[in-house]
Write a protein that binds this ligand. Structure first.
Ligand SMILES: Cc1cc2nc3c(=O)[nH]c(=O)nc-3n(C[C@H](O)[C@H](O)[C@H](O)COP(=O)(O)OP(=O)(O)OC[C@H]3O[C@@H](n4cnc5c(N)ncnc54)[C@H](O)[C@@H]3O)c2cc1C
Length: 504
């Protein structure tokens, strides 16, 4: 079959848009197909916080953070803990990505007019030995304008290339097969779906109105992960994390359905590490859902007290924002798939952020006035305060007895013993009255506050949680929330799919 395009890109998320821009810049003729409508261009990245990983950036240096490729390399290896034969290419990708993040990544984005919030955040703080999991230093750079700010230059460039006939965009085109001729993938087959004008992020119709075949010299698959496909998440759930949770919230839109995985496998691509996923443990049910079973992740500062379903405090280092997968494993071992934060107004005001562009109007709309409110206000951000009032997982009370009674009522299982939980909080509170502590969470908070960024906008000064002046008390029931897919189609550093013998 003659090729009508130099390349076909399956998926108009950020990855697909970036690939299309690069190809169009090189004068190539590109077709982008996506099962969703044009309202969804940019995919998940639109909804994201736009948190980016850079190493030794100007933002880090201005905040007094000394970072280096070597430090980041050790952190990455300690976190990924590559230990399988299949990790050959993932390790190579990690090394290439680290070099990119320490090298041209920031300037490449900067040239494309993307800017960054000056205070660098600290994700996955670790808490083990220096060779273990986590980031030794803050590296989470928030895009100015969050997800929409990140996709905007690429969306713009794609539409410019459409005008020049270099890119053809076809929405509502769902690929269902890769066409193979003489052992080479040379095209795609699929279904045209009925027009659907629903707003961005809403689940769209799957009614078929036609079929298509397109051919090209190169087929690029940028179809995202499996996070909205509960069936696939469960089927691939890692043994090391125990049983898959009975209840999970969904942290990604419905179109993150993993459909291309099986299609690529059928065409001979090798799927590796499907059990490697990244799900969060601080999910709350969205009171105003956009996609199915919509959950929001709390991006917590380090001070909330974390309890399991029985009201037992999670052991070190399972503090908020320290080790997501370690905490997930611990929670699943309790036999329940939820846990609790207990905190007060002072902590929620300073430390709660919600992941998602729509949950951060200050950063998304680039409003310094709202950002200053976040830093210095007595209330949390407006979206957090709304969740506090309307979210079914939030309980707000003036005294600990009422709080715990309401926690037991919410779950209906009476698992928490009020007396022992209050004792635990009182003991922890006594550790905050001086600068010494045997409580590792308090020590970690003192250490975090040595960093200006944490002190300014992320970490409240250690104080007694039960102190009425800093109240009211707040409990938040936390669910497991699906998000990232780490395994997938094995490729070499040219992005070529490899077969079972490792050949492109
Ligand atoms: C709320 C939220 C917050 C996040 N925050 C961050 C963050 O701060 N930092 C960070 O690094 N990451 C974050 N992420 C993750 C990040 O946004 C995603 O990993 C990234 O955007 C994925 O981009 P993608 O182009 O690979 O996939 P997607 O955005 O999922 O795009 C894939 C596209 O392929 C299409 N598609 C799939 N199958 C087919 C098919 N068979 N036929 C045709 N089309 C198909 C889909 O419709 C979709 O449009 C966040 C994600 C969410 C949802």
């Amino acid at each position: 079959m003659p090729s009508s395009f130099d390349a076909i890109i399956i998926g108009a998320g950020l990855s697909g848009l970036v690939a299309a821009c690069e190809l169009a810049d090189a004068g190539r003729n590109v077709l982008i197909l996506d099962q969703e409508s044009g309202q969804n261009i940019g995919g998940q990245a639109f909804w994201s916080f736009g948190g980016l990983f850079f190493i030794n950036s100007p933002e880090q240096r201005r905040m007094g953070i000394k970072d280096s490729y070597d430090l980041a390399y050790r952190d990455w290896m300690g976190t990924a803990a590559f230990d399988r034969k299949e990790d050959y290419w993932p390790r190579k990708w990690a090394e290439a990505y680290l070099a990119f993040a320490a090298g041209e990544k920031r300037s490449w984005l900067h040239e494309r007019k993307i800017r960054f919030f000056p205070v660098v955040g600290w994700a996955e703080r670790g808490g083990y030995a220096a060779t273990g999991h986590g980031n030794s230093v803050p590296r989470f750079h928030i895009t100015w304008g969050t997800g929409p700010g990140l996709i905007s230059p690429f969306v713009h460039r794609v539409y410019e290339a459409v005008k020049k006939n270099l890119i053809t965009l076809k929405f509502r085109h769902k690929v269902s097969d890769l066409i193979i001729e003489n052992g080479i993938v040379c095209g795609v087959h699929g279904e045209v779906l009925e027009d659907d004008k629903k707003l961005r992020g809403l689940k769209s119709s799957r009614i078929k109105t036609g079929e298509f075949n397109f051919y090209a010299q190169a087929i690029i698959v940028t179809s995202g992960g499996i996070g909205a496909n509960k069936e696939l998440v469960r089927r691939n759930w890692p043994e090391r994390l125990g049983k898959a949770p009975e209840n999970m919230l969904c942290g990604v839109p419905d179109y993150v359905d993993g459909s291309m995985m099986e299609i690529c496998q059928k065409a001979g691509a090798r799927m590796i590490n499907p059990d490697r996923m990244w799900h969060y443990t601080e999910g709350i049910k969205n009171y105003d859902p956009i996609w199915s079973n919509h959950g929001i992740r709390i991006l917590p500062g380090p001070s909330s007290l974390w309890f399991d379903a029985f009201g037992n405090r999670l052991p070190a280092p399972f503090f908020p924002g320290f080790d997501t997968l370690g905490t997930l494993k611990y929670i699943m071992q309790t036999g329940y798939d939820y846990s609790w934060f207990i905190l007060n107004q002072k902590i929620i005001s300073k430390e709660f952020a919600l992941s998602g562009s729509e949950q951060n109007p200050d950063l998304t709309n680039k409003s310094w006035r709202l950002i200053l409110g976040r830093a210095f206000g007595k209330s949390a951000t407006a979206p957090v305060e709304k969740f506090k009032k309307q979210g079914e997982d939030f309980i707000v009370k003036n005294n600990p007895d009422d709080l715990i009674a309401a926690m037991n009522t919410l779950t209906g299982n009476n698992l928490i013993d009020s007396k022992s939980l209050i004792n635990e909080i009182k003991a922890r509170d006594m550790e905050t009255i001086h600068s010494f502590s045997k409580d590792r969470q308090i020590s970690a908070i003192h250490a975090a506050r040595k960093y200006r960024g944490d002190r300014w906008i992320r970490t409240a000064k250690p104080h007694p949680i039960l102190d009425r002046g800093d109240g009211p008390l707040i409990a938040v029931r936390l669910h497991i929330l699906t998000r990232k897919t780490l395994g997938g189609i094995e490729t070499n550093l040219y992005g070529q799919q490899l077969d079972k013998d490792g050949n492109p």
